[in-house]
Design a protein around this ligand. Sequence first.
Ligand code: SF4
Ligand code: SF4
Length: 162
Amino acid sequence: MLASTGVPTKEDLEKVFPSHARLNQGAVAVIECFQNIPCNPCYTACPRKAIKEFEDINDLPSIDDDLCNGCGLCISKCPGLAIMVVDMTYSEHEALIKIPYEFIPLPVENDMVKGVDREGNYVCDVKVVKVLNTKALDKTPIISIAVPKEHVKTIRNIRMGD
Ligand code: SF4
Ligand code: SF4
Protein backbone atom coordinates (compact mmCIF):
# COMPACT_ATOMS: atom_id res chain seq x y z
CA MET A 1 0.00 0.00 0.00
CA LEU A 2 2.82 2.40 0.89
CA ALA A 3 4.56 1.95 -2.45
CA SER A 4 1.42 2.40 -4.54
CA THR A 5 -0.47 5.05 -2.55
CA GLY A 6 2.11 6.67 -0.27
CA VAL A 7 -0.13 5.83 2.69
CA PRO A 8 1.57 3.73 5.39
CA THR A 9 -0.18 0.65 6.69
CA LYS A 10 -0.76 -0.09 10.36
CA GLU A 11 2.29 -2.37 10.20
CA ASP A 12 4.41 0.42 8.69
CA LEU A 13 3.35 2.73 11.50
CA GLU A 14 4.09 0.19 14.21
CA LYS A 15 7.70 0.17 12.99
CA VAL A 16 8.14 3.92 13.52
CA PHE A 17 5.98 4.62 16.56
CA PRO A 18 7.82 4.68 19.90
CA SER A 19 7.00 1.97 22.42
CA HIS A 20 3.92 2.27 24.60
CA ALA A 21 6.20 2.88 27.59
CA ARG A 22 8.08 5.71 25.84
CA LEU A 23 4.89 7.32 24.58
CA ASN A 24 3.60 7.45 28.13
CA GLN A 25 6.74 9.25 29.34
CA GLY A 26 6.03 12.44 27.38
CA ALA A 27 6.51 14.21 24.08
CA VAL A 28 8.44 12.34 21.43
CA ALA A 29 8.89 12.58 17.67
CA VAL A 30 7.37 10.07 15.26
CA ILE A 31 9.16 9.96 11.92
CA GLU A 32 7.13 8.52 9.05
CA CYS A 33 9.89 8.50 6.49
CA PHE A 34 9.76 5.31 4.46
CA GLN A 35 11.60 6.09 1.23
CA ASN A 36 15.33 6.12 0.67
CA ILE A 37 15.84 9.60 -0.72
CA PRO A 38 18.86 11.91 -0.50
CA CYS A 39 17.71 14.01 2.45
CA ASN A 40 18.82 14.63 6.03
CA PRO A 41 17.59 17.98 7.46
CA CYS A 42 15.88 16.10 10.28
CA TYR A 43 19.31 14.99 11.48
CA THR A 44 20.91 18.41 11.22
CA ALA A 45 17.89 20.07 12.90
CA CYS A 46 18.01 17.97 16.05
CA PRO A 47 19.93 19.73 18.83
CA ARG A 48 19.93 16.60 21.00
CA LYS A 49 21.38 14.27 18.36
CA ALA A 50 18.35 12.06 18.89
CA ILE A 51 18.23 11.50 15.14
CA LYS A 52 21.36 9.54 14.42
CA GLU A 53 23.91 10.69 11.89
CA PHE A 54 23.27 9.26 8.44
CA GLU A 55 26.00 6.97 7.15
CA ASP A 56 24.59 7.46 3.67
CA ILE A 57 22.46 10.47 2.62
CA ASN A 58 19.87 7.99 1.28
CA ASP A 59 19.45 6.24 4.64
CA LEU A 60 16.14 6.30 6.46
CA PRO A 61 16.28 8.36 9.66
CA SER A 62 16.84 6.48 12.88
CA ILE A 63 15.80 8.05 16.17
CA ASP A 64 16.81 7.33 19.74
CA ASP A 65 13.50 7.89 21.53
CA ASP A 66 15.26 8.28 24.86
CA LEU A 67 17.27 11.28 23.61
CA CYS A 68 14.25 12.97 22.02
CA ASN A 69 12.42 15.45 24.23
CA GLY A 70 9.72 16.29 21.69
CA CYS A 71 10.96 19.84 21.13
CA GLY A 72 9.54 19.73 17.61
CA LEU A 73 12.42 21.56 15.91
CA CYS A 74 12.69 18.83 13.30
CA ILE A 75 9.02 19.08 12.24
CA SER A 76 9.20 22.18 10.11
CA LYS A 77 12.61 21.26 8.69
CA CYS A 78 11.37 18.09 7.02
CA PRO A 79 10.49 18.72 3.36
CA GLY A 80 8.42 15.55 3.31
CA LEU A 81 6.15 16.63 6.20
CA ALA A 82 7.04 13.24 7.65
CA ILE A 83 7.51 14.18 11.30
CA MET A 84 5.03 14.78 14.07
CA VAL A 85 5.40 14.95 17.85
CA VAL A 86 3.09 13.03 20.16
CA ASP A 87 2.58 13.81 23.85
CA MET A 88 0.44 11.23 25.61
CA THR A 89 0.83 13.04 28.93
CA TYR A 90 -1.17 16.08 27.76
CA SER A 91 -4.29 15.14 29.75
CA GLU A 92 -6.11 12.12 31.09
CA HIS A 93 -8.06 11.43 27.91
CA GLU A 94 -6.30 13.45 25.23
CA ALA A 95 -2.88 13.44 23.60
CA LEU A 96 -1.32 16.51 22.07
CA ILE A 97 0.04 16.04 18.59
CA LYS A 98 2.09 18.60 16.68
CA ILE A 99 1.85 18.33 12.92
CA PRO A 100 3.26 20.29 9.98
CA TYR A 101 0.51 22.16 8.15
CA GLU A 102 0.94 23.81 4.77
CA PHE A 103 -2.62 24.71 3.81
CA ILE A 104 -4.21 28.14 4.04
CA PRO A 105 -5.95 29.61 5.82
CA LEU A 106 -4.29 28.48 8.99
CA PRO A 107 -6.63 27.60 11.85
CA VAL A 108 -6.50 29.66 15.02
CA GLU A 109 -6.23 28.56 18.63
CA ASN A 110 -9.38 27.03 20.08
CA ASP A 111 -10.84 26.25 16.65
CA MET A 112 -12.69 22.94 16.48
CA VAL A 113 -11.64 21.23 13.24
CA LYS A 114 -11.94 17.82 11.59
CA GLY A 115 -9.24 15.36 12.57
CA VAL A 116 -8.46 13.16 9.55
CA ASP A 117 -6.39 10.05 8.98
CA ARG A 118 -3.49 9.54 6.56
CA GLU A 119 -5.91 9.08 3.69
CA GLY A 120 -7.87 12.22 4.54
CA ASN A 121 -10.82 10.38 6.04
CA TYR A 122 -12.66 12.05 8.90
CA VAL A 123 -11.98 10.50 12.31
CA CYS A 124 -13.37 12.94 14.87
CA ASP A 125 -13.48 16.63 15.76
CA VAL A 126 -10.33 17.92 17.44
CA LYS A 127 -9.37 21.17 19.13
CA VAL A 128 -6.55 23.38 17.89
CA VAL A 129 -4.41 24.18 20.93
CA LYS A 130 -1.61 26.17 19.32
CA VAL A 131 -0.59 27.52 15.93
CA LEU A 132 3.07 28.23 15.31
CA ASN A 133 3.21 30.23 12.10
CA THR A 134 6.79 30.25 10.92
CA LYS A 135 5.99 31.18 7.32
CA ALA A 136 7.84 34.47 7.70
CA LEU A 137 10.94 32.39 8.38
CA ASP A 138 10.18 30.28 5.31
CA LYS A 139 9.38 27.27 7.50
CA THR A 140 6.33 25.05 7.62
CA PRO A 141 3.76 26.13 10.24
CA ILE A 142 3.12 23.70 13.09
CA ILE A 143 -0.35 23.03 14.45
CA SER A 144 -0.86 21.47 17.90
CA ILE A 145 -4.12 19.58 18.29
CA ALA A 146 -5.68 17.72 21.20
CA VAL A 147 -6.88 14.29 20.08
CA PRO A 148 -8.57 11.46 22.00
CA LYS A 149 -5.82 9.05 23.05
CA GLU A 150 -7.42 6.16 21.23
CA HIS A 151 -6.96 8.01 17.92
CA VAL A 152 -3.35 9.05 18.40
CA LYS A 153 -2.07 6.60 15.79
CA THR A 154 -4.89 7.39 13.39
CA ILE A 155 -5.23 11.16 13.19
CA ARG A 156 -2.45 12.75 11.16
CA ASN A 157 -3.93 15.95 9.77
CA ILE A 158 -6.82 18.36 10.05
CA ARG A 159 -9.44 19.67 7.71
CA MET A 160 -11.28 22.93 8.17
CA GLY A 161 -14.83 23.77 7.23
CA ASP A 162 -17.53 21.45 5.85
S1 SF4 B 1 11.53 16.52 18.47
FE1 SF4 B 1 13.42 17.69 18.99
S2 SF4 B 1 14.68 16.23 20.14
FE2 SF4 B 1 13.09 15.03 19.10
S3 SF4 B 1 14.05 14.37 17.16
FE3 SF4 B 1 12.96 16.31 16.73
S4 SF4 B 1 14.50 17.93 17.01
FE4 SF4 B 1 15.29 16.07 17.99
S1 SF4 C 1 14.05 15.40 6.64
FE1 SF4 C 1 12.09 14.31 6.48
S2 SF4 C 1 12.07 13.41 4.41
FE2 SF4 C 1 14.21 13.99 4.88
S3 SF4 C 1 15.13 12.11 5.73
FE3 SF4 C 1 14.37 13.34 7.47
S4 SF4 C 1 12.29 12.57 7.87
FE4 SF4 C 1 12.89 11.85 5.80
